[in-house]
Write a protein of this length. Structure first.
Lengths: 353, 364
């Protein structure tokens, strides 16, 4: 039994007997119902010494350079193949901290719930949040719950903010990116976005496309231990996908980026789904992959180390930072032509034909 | 990926490029009619790989680009009706109307939904009997059968709350209009493979014979497009003009008879206005009288005045291949994908947007 299976089994605690089946406006009022909801499980499931103090805020002892990040999660449907919004909310902020070179430690967790959310669903999300926290090694230390009227939300919105200690060897910043740096993508792209899209469009494939949501902090910390300041930049291409993040880096650094289409790792089923739906996988959201800009001298070694990690088995060098065409990302197509990969003017809309 | 990677083989692409180079003795202008082919040319970087004297001209085959401004205004007007759910293909949403786009109408509270199939709109109508569902049915002959099918489904189910806002355009009359344009310099055509999948090749033989132009029915993958170009060049070099079928793995000479029957069950040819180009005789479809109650224009009697196009936009000349996007004084200055003056800057199939992205301008 894997560690995650073991944890999941441990966490299959039965839902407490409650006199309500769904969340109502009263559960966000701060009164009796709010306390009932929190006492019925939230505190028990997420408990730790800091949260147990039940104060207005958390008392923390922070030492040294600290990273701070915040993210809000809105996704429909809230349960999807490979995960749910709860897991995503923990992993999202954990990964943002990891991309700064930090070891994530403390998270805040705030819910905005649309009245009518089933208690069973809320319970399942809490279990997933706990599970994701244990896997990442973080604690929920403060939080909030608000309830909005039916029709004014989309089941549940979650915000997490997080703090983490910066690794002493880390020096991750876009200003460190240099011409000649190798760009390494840690795994298959577009899986998360296409898992959601396939579900929304009712597409079925030979095997289900699953979201790649996972924590990346252990992978990153291991790499920073070994490669330190040779890691110039790490960033996770979530919303807007790989294309958007590469454009952001090119603009910030005033350098050019060259990538090769043939080297971009993508699962064949995900690629088919993108073709079917008329979407470019380079702009589709990811959750469990990251891009590294690595000093060219150690790039091959870094790649090898990453490929030995479960989160990096499909890692590949996809391109190079160059002096030419500053602020532009240029891709060599699969047939050898070149094109500019630009930022999208808005959200990606499927083409008619 | 099977059935795709075979048509994206870099070694074969190089061989085709070499063949095109070897076969070409003079400059030729070739129009790819379909926006999907423009997209493929740009996405795969083919334009830059072609020999210098092969000039690709990007045709009017982007249905999003040629949908009349007035009809977009009508769609926006209908969407603003609180009782209407307006359903559309995705890339229609960003096209600017005279005051706003459907995306802006959506942000203002309109119920605008992106669908992949018109049949989904019929389902929405069944699920929301208290709402009027309008499907913005645009497209070439390719999308016409599914749009027609949605009407037939609604008719059979006796749905009273479903209609289509139709704007169909047809390829052969457009090719003829482009050839007849005084400024036209086109030597040969890549015809749209998916349109011919439905309609077959019959309509193209008289065109090729009358105007003495080679027409090659072509697919959309990089090797398809390269092979199509090679076939046109070989005809031109031999002074031949005939219809050839590059996309024979999909396109049959007679097309798809069932799909054609579905089109003509619901639609009949009519004169059609193309945005940026003007009226082309018998180049669109009207909804037949039998299905009049499913025609949103007749059902809602939307009376919206004709709006002025932006006078700085030369999209008509772009879509007829008379000018290249970078020859427009507004290109990349006042006209960008984030602020398009005309439709070709909106859709990824539109020539201006394609050139904008390809030219690698950095939007600040």
């Amino acid at each position: 039994m894997s560690q995650s299976d073991y944890l999941k089994m441990q966490l299959q605690c039965p839902m407490p007997k409650l006199d309500f089946d769904v969340i109502t406006l009263g559960h966000g009022s701060g009164g009796v119902l709010t306390n009932k909801l929190l006492d019925s499980g939230v505190f028990d499931i997420l408990e730790n010494d800091i949260l147990n103090q039940r104060h207005d805020g958390a008392f923390l002892n922070l030492k040294g350079k600290t990273a701070f990040s915040s993210d809000s999660f809105l996704i429909s449907p809230i349960f999807f193949p490979g995960g749910n919004i709860g897991e995503l909310a923990v992993n999202g902020t954990v990964n943002d901290l990891a991309m700064c070179g930090a070891t994530p430690q403390y998270l805040s967790l705030s819910f905005i719930i649309e009245e009518g959310l089933k208690m069973t669903e809320f319970w399942e999300l809490l279990i997933s949040i706990k599970w994701a926290c244990q896997n990442a090694g973080v604690q929920i230390v403060t939080g909030d719950t608000k309830v909005v009227e039916k029709g004014k939300g989309d089941k549940i919105f979650i915000n997490t903010s997080g703090l983490g200690n910066i690794h002493p060897k880390a020096n991750i910043h876009s200003k460190n990116v240099k011409s000649g740096d190798k760009i390494i993508l840690s795994g298959h792209i577009a899986s998360h976005g296409m898992a959601i899209m396939s579900l929304r469009e009712g597409l079925e494939f030979e095997s289900q496309i699953e979201s790649d949501t996972t924590n990346l902090n252990h992978t990153l910390i291991n790499l920073i231990d070994k490669f330190g300041a040779q890691i110039h930049l790490t960033t996770d291409p979530t919303r807007g996908g790989v294309a958007t993040v590469l454009n952001e880096v090119a603009k910030q650094t005033h350098l050019g980026i060259e990538i090769s289409q043939n080297h971009i790792p993508i699962d064949p089923q995900v690629e088919s789904a993108c073709e079917l739906l008329g979407l470019d996988p380079l702009y589709v959201a990811n959750e469990g992959v990251f891009l590294s800009f690595i000093a060219k001298e150690v790039a091959d070694e870094y790649l090898k180390e990453l490929q030995n990690d479960t989160n990096g088995a499909n890692a590949k060098i996809i391109g190079t930072v160059v002096e030419q065409h500053p602020k532009q990302v240029i891709m060599e197509s699969s047939i050898g032509g070149k094109r500019v990969i630009s930022m999208l003017p808005g959200e990606q809309l499927p083409r008619i034909c | 990926m099977k059935y795709l990677s075979e048509y994206r083989d870099p070694d074969l692409a190089k061989r085709y490029l070499k063949e095109i180079q070897n076969a070409t003795s003079q400059a030729w202008s070739i129009m790819e009619v379909c926006g999907g082919q423009t997209h493929s040319l740009v996405k795969n970087g083919i334009i830059e790989m072609l020999p210098e004297h092969i000039n690709m001209i990007h045709g009017p085959g982007c249905p999003v680009c040629v949908t009349p401004l007035r009809l977009i205004d009508k769609a926006v007007y209908l969407a603003s009706n609180k009782n209407v759910i307006l359903c559309s293909f995705g890339d229609m949403l960003r096209v600017p109307g005279s005051s706003k786009s459907l995306l802006e109408a959506k942000a203002g509270g309109a119920d605008v939904r992106v669908l992949y199939s018109p049949l989904e709109a019929v389902k929405i109508a069944e699920d929301h009997p208290d709402k009027d569902v309008v499907f913005f049915a645009i497209g070439f002959e390719t999308t016409a059968p599914a749009n027609a099918l949605s009407v037939v489904h609604a008719y059979r189910k006796q749905l009273k709350n479903f209609s289509i806002l139709a704007s169909h355009v047809l390829v052969p009359p457009a090719i003829e209009a482009v050839i007849n344009d005084k400024e036209s310099t086109i030597d040969g055509f890549l015809a749209a493979g998916h349109v011919c999948t439905i309609m077959g090749n019959a309509e193209y033989h008289p065109l090729s014979a009358k105007y003495k132009v080679p027409i090659v029915v072509t697919g959309f993958e990089p090797l398809d497009v390269l092979q199509g170009i090679l076939m046109v060049v070989r005809q031109l070099e031999k002074n031949k003009h005939t219809v050839e079928n590059q996309y024979s793995r999909i396109v049959k000479e007679k097309g798809n008879p069932d799909a054609k029957a579905m089109i003509f069950e619901v639609f009949e040819p009519q004169d059609q206005v193309w945005r940026g180009i003007g009226k082309i005789p018998q180049s669109g479809y009207a909804i037949k009288e039998k299905y009049a109650e499913y025609d949103a224009l007749r059902k809602f009697n939307v009376d919206i005045p004709e709006a002025e196009e932006n006078s700085n936009c030369i999209s008509g000349q772009i879509m007829k291949g008379i000018k290249k996007p970078f020859e427009c004084s507004q290109f990349g200055k006042t006209c960008k994908p984030t602020n398009p003056l005309g439709a070709p800057m909106v859709s990824s199939e539109g020539a201006c947007a394609a050139y904008y992205h390809f030219s690698g301008r950095v939007e600040e």
